[in-house]
Write a protein that binds this ligand. Structure first.
Ligand code: UDP
Length: 591
């Protein structure tokens, strides 16, 4: 009854070649001996009909199951909206775990630590990623009451989580992803900042340091600050804030790790503070969550809403973006994600309870850089920032309007009365948060668009997808523009493939060089400004990597960190080209 048979007139799916590879390798359901049980049409119908089925239990709903399933099918197969990978993989299957993001608590006892290891393993098996704060663990060498021995501290336990993760494939398809967080005032913070010094250490973890407002002020005023043992509340020494900040900056310059999150700022936006503090985010940092909370994400492909013919208008986005269609997709997307909460089956009862109480969802965007290409707006320009703000304000406002509508039909999220929305009299919502900007690592491949709000890494590049597989692609908007400008040639495409960028190619039209910029052509501050522009209108956080060229200085990174703080970001991740041996994305050079 939940999975309707596919209607005979259901259209087929037009797959780009990369999507065909990724779907066959990781998404389609497989039989006992690994044989493929479905194709793209079957898969998207499975997801559409399973998620639409949730609608039928709400009396106030005006949707018929099949009509809504068709809408959802069109939404996904038209590459206008996609839910996060676990939803595509597991909706309508026995597993049925549909969320990408989880946070688990790690308490200061052997029992609690190993419960967390076990729960993480269960979540990874179901396809989710996990975040943890290790800040509650007593520092290394503190006394252990029951044995008279000494504690081994957060970093050594982190190693156990890392090893356990190594052995479990997420949903049988990808290795588990984790976030590990430690507060800046934890006595073991210096070890934590240095944890990834050795290549390959903690390879299943992203690490981030939780910076407090007090710490940032101590940096500003060049003061020292206390280290506090979490189990006793006692001060265990003091450090000079600027020295620690410098070390953070230097480590980020060397290896990109650890990142930073502004934990007090994250908690200032916690919609349900009565349920406790937020101590961690999901693996890629875009989704702060309470312990035992999970969240499902979905992303709208902005480049699908481009209307050709207005590129040369003074404000090309006014008529060059189909705002009306975008609004409709946002409303359907919120409905989709709210249904996902009901459809998802979680590996722990406590997670189910928490999730149903707050009903957080994370609607975001992808294809932003592509849309800017289509509109002929340079990523590193005030117009792009301005449009970014306008775009995300639109997504947030329409997303909230949709959540309000759902609250009318289905009731507000159960924790609403004690939430900050009720306090501020912001009318009942169905969801404690509505917006999040995910990295869209695989979703953007499926939709054939640029990922999240990232600029293009290269106009043409090879992608290492998995198991060493390599896919080469030229950005379609660049290719089309080159043809329109009459400068397309196989030789040009080849040069671009090896360089990645058209920077410095003086024989190409100036306007084209200005618009078709890549992550490496853009001054690092523009990465940060774009992140801040979108963050302003995002309930949760924004996944963004500030890419820096190999010759970026420590000073550059210090400036980026400080700007992230001043511009209201919730965290920041930097990556200096070439500073790690393995890169997920590669330009043609040196291949
Ligand atoms: N994630 C994960 N393992 C992965 C990739 C992603 O657990 O290999 C989780 C993680 O919480 C991440 C979130 O999924 O923050 C969203 O990542 P992304 O948008 O790249 O996922 P997609 O839906 O595109 O696969």
């Amino acid at each position: 009854e939940r999975l309707l048979p596919a209607p005979a007139d259901l259209p087929d799916v037009a797959l780009n070649p990369n999507a065909a590879v990724v779907l066959a390798k990781r998404y389609y359901r497989k039989g006992a001996s690994g044989e493929q049980l479905e194709d793209a049409r079957d898969m998207f119908w499975r997801v559409a009909s399973a998620i639409a089925a949730e609608e039928t239990k709400y009396e106030a709903s005006t949707w018929k199951h099949e009509d809504l399933a068709r809408e959802f099918y069109d939404l996904m197969t038209g590459w206008r909206f996609l839910p996060n990978s676990p939803t595509l993989m597991n909706a309508g299957t026995d597993l049925g775990q549909l969320s990408a993001c989880f946070v688990l608590p790690v308490g200061d006892s052997i029992e609690e630590i190993f419960d967390a290891v076990k729960h993480a393993a269960m979540i990874h098996k179901s396809g989710g990623g996990t975040g943890f704060s290790f800040s509650r663990l007593r520092p290394k060498e503190s006394r252990v009451g029951s044995t008279g021995g000494v504690a081994s501290g957060p970093i050594s336990f982190l190693r156990i989580f890392n090893t356990a993760t190594e052995q479990i494939k997420q949903g049988g398809t990808r290795r588990g992803a984790n976030m590990g967080i430690l507060r800046i005032d934890h006595p073991d913070i210096m070890d934590f900042i240095r944890a990834k010094e050795r290549d390959g250490e903690f390879n299943n973890f992203n690490l981030s340091v939780a910076l407090t407002e007090a710490f940032m002020q101590a940096v500003e005023n060049d003061e020292d600050y206390p280290l506090i043992a979490p189990h006793s509340g006692l001060e265990k020494g003091r450090l000079k804030a600027r020295e620690v900040f410098e070390l953070l900056v230097r480590k980020a310059w060397e290896s990109g790790d650890p990142g930073i999150v502004f934990i007090d700022r994250i908690n200032r936006d916690n919609p349900t503070p009565d349920q406790g503090e937020i101590e961690s985010t999901n693996p890629c940092g875009e989704q702060p969550l309470l312990p035992y909370e999970a969240c499902n994400l979905g992303s709208v492909n902005l480049s699908a809403f481009f209307i050709p013919g207005h590129e040369n208008d003074p404000n090309p986005a006014d008529k060059g973006v189909d705002w009306k269609a975008l609004k409709r997709v946002i409303h359907l997307g919120v409905r989709f994600l709210d249904n996902v909460i009901d459809a998802s089956r979680f590996p722990l009862e406590r997670i189910t309870e928490r999730v149903h109480q707050n009903r957080k969802i994370g609607l975001g965007v992808m294809g932003w850089a592509d849309l800017l290409f289509q509109l002929r707006i340079a990523y590193d320009s005030p117009e792009a920032l301005h449009l970014g703000e306008r775009m995300m304000a639109f997504v947030r406002d329409e997303g909230r309007a949709a959540s309000k509508q759902l609250a009318k039909e289905r009731g507000p999220f159960p924790a609403y009365p004690a939430s900050t929305f009720a306090e501020r009299d912001l009318g009942p919502y169905r969801n404690a948060t509505v917006t999040t900007i995910a990295p869209t690592g695989t979703l953007s491949i499926l939709a054939g668009c640029s990922s999240g709000i990232e600029p293009l890494f290269a106009l043409s590049f090879a992608r290492h997808v998995m198991d060493g597989e390599r896919l080469v692609e030229v950005n379609p908007h660049f290719e089309a523009a080159a043809r329109a400008e009459g400068c397309h040639s196989p030789r040009l495409m080849e040069t671009v493939a090896s360089k990645g960028s058209i920077h410095g190619m003086d024989h190409l039209p100036e306007a084209m060089r200005r618009v078709f910029v890549t992550a490496m052509d853009i001054e690092p501050v523009w990465h940060l400004k774009m992140q801040a522009a979108f963050q302003q209108y995002t309930d949760n956080a924004v996944s963004k990597t500030v890419n820096l060229p190999n010759n970026a200085t420590i000073e550059d990174i210090r400036n980026i960190y400080w700007m992230a703080y001043e511009e209201g970001c919730k965290g920041v991740t930097v990556y200096r080209d070439g500073c790690k041996s393995v890169q997920v994305l590669c330009t043609g050079d040196g291949e």
